[in-house]
Design a protein around this ligand. Structure first.
Ligand code: ATP
Ligand code: MG
Length: 407
């Protein structure tokens, strides 16, 4: 079947007035961003629906991409006929559509809505006209008014006659960008991309902060984190990726701080830097992939001591998730295979064999005096680099040749 457009129904549109306008505008922008590789496709975000006009582009890959964008309740591939199309043309198209889905035993009904009062037939006229034609031409099919297998919707509008027979579940949630802005501490691990996904689901636009420590961490580790961010663009479009050099901090901490407090103090430095970037970018919180009790830095006692460095809210969507649950989502959102690629992260390298699970705040502060917090932060922040990650970017593959030479 050759579809003319995908009709998108908005999710969670409980908000009214200006918020509703912002929601629609943002969703339109996000959809355009996500579909950017489909050059022929046009996106029209209107008050009641969003229309993705296909202009001869095959509908299937477009629908695959649309299915991930937050803020979409359901969508349907649609054939659009001219607003004055005669009944015969509507009948033929309807038959073709129903044949696509029909297998013996299936039932159908026609549901017509008429907004264009100038159309010569009323709702019943269209329902019966099409229904009768289907029964004449597909004798094995039966009509069923309650819960039919195939419901062919016909909308007679001023702008055209729209036919659709499939309603596909969207990703729900809110359009990314309508829920404010935050940063996300994105490692190369399994958890943080899942946490980012959950933050984005509630409409938050997240700028990714990634700490890297060359030469202890490889360029591949950085490329992998960027590719993880690319996976996340599927839910709402372009993402800012902020690389923060962390080598100097880690070397200094390792040299000056007792082993039991290495991890705690490194984490405090990470959070300080993340909080500074968050405020600098007018964001309102820092998301992390932490989950309670998973490792030494993620006990509630550790969190308190680490968190003490800032009043910027630290948000942890995975706080009470089990690893198995996190892995399931990671697989669903297609980040898992990338996450388990074995490039060392900056934390793994400088993690002592037995970090404190219950660090003492006073001792932490005392040991931290051995390093020059402000100078280290200034140095790190001076070399921050921001990259825009777009749908379809591919860092690990694009730099394959460079990596091959390094090996
Ligand atoms: P993940 O799978 O997300 O790396 P994890 O279970 O391995 O999590 P940690 O490595 O202790 O846990 O990291 C806890 C959180 O700290 C991460 O979820 C992430 O938010 C942040 N984090 C860790 N390493 C980095 C990094 N190199 N850059 C940015 N954030 C990081
Ligand atoms: Mg990790």
């Amino acid at each position: 079947m050759k579809y003319s457009e995908i009709m998108v129904r908005y999710g969670e549109l409980s908000t009214k007035g200006k918020n509703k306008r912002d929601f629609i505008r943002q969703l339109g922008k996000n959809v355009r961003d996500v579909l950017r590789s489909f050059e022929a496709v046009e996106v029209k975000a209107q008050r009641d629906r969003l229309h993705v006009i296909l202009n001869d582009q095959d509908a299937t890959p477009v629908m695959d991409a649309l299915g991930k964008v937050f803020g979409i309740e359901t969508f349907s591939p649609v054939v659009k006929l001219p607003s004055d199309a005669p009944l015969e043309e509507v009948q033929k198209t309807a038959l073709e559509m129903i044949k696509e889905q029909f297998t013996p035993g299936k039932t159908f009904k026609i549901s017509t809505k008429r907004q264009n009062k100038d159309y010569p037939l009323n709702t019943y006229g269209v329902d019966n006209g099409i229904g009768g034609y289907i029964l004449d031409n597909l004798p094995e099919i039966d009509v069923k008014m309650k819960n039919p297998d195939i419901e062919l919707r016909v909308e007679v509008r001023l702008s055209g006659i729209y036919l659709s027979s499939e309603t596909i579940q969207g990703a729900l949630g809110l359009p990314v960008g309508t829920g404010g802005r935050a940063t996300m501490m994105l490692s190369g691990g399994i958890d943080s991309p899942v946490a980012a996904y959950l933050a984005m689901k509630r409409g938050v636009k997240v700028d990714m902060i990634h700490f890297y420590s060359p030469p202890y961490t490889s360029p591949q580790a950085l490329a992998k984190a960027k590719d993880l961010a690319e996976k996340l663009t599927a839910f709402g479009g372009t993402i800012d990726f902020i690389e923060v050099p962390f080598t100097k901090v880690q070397e200094d901490v390792k040299e000056k701080v007792p082993e039991g407090y290495l991890m705690t103090i490194q984490r405090r430095m990470m959070l300080r830097l993340a909080a500074a970037i968050t405020l600098d970018r007018s964001c309102n919180g820092v998301f992390t992939g932490e989950s309670l009790g998973q490792v030494a830095s993620q006990t509630i006692e550790s969190m308190r001591v680490i968190n003490e460095v800032t009043s910027v809210p630290v948000l942890r969507p995975l706080l009470s998730f089990d690893k198995t649950e996190i892995i399931k989502i990671a697989r669903d959102i297609d980040t898992y295979d990338l996450s388990i690629m074995p490039f060392e992260d900056c934390c793994t390298i400088f993690t002592p064999p037995s970090p404190k699970t219950k660090p003492d705040l006073e001792k932490t502060i005392k040991f931290e005096k051995r390093i020059d917090v402000d100078a280290l932060m200034e140095e790190s922040l001076a070399d921050v680099k921001v990259t825009k990650i777009r749908v379809g970017d591919d860092y690990l593959n694009a730099e394959k040749d460079v990596f091959a030479e390094l090996l």
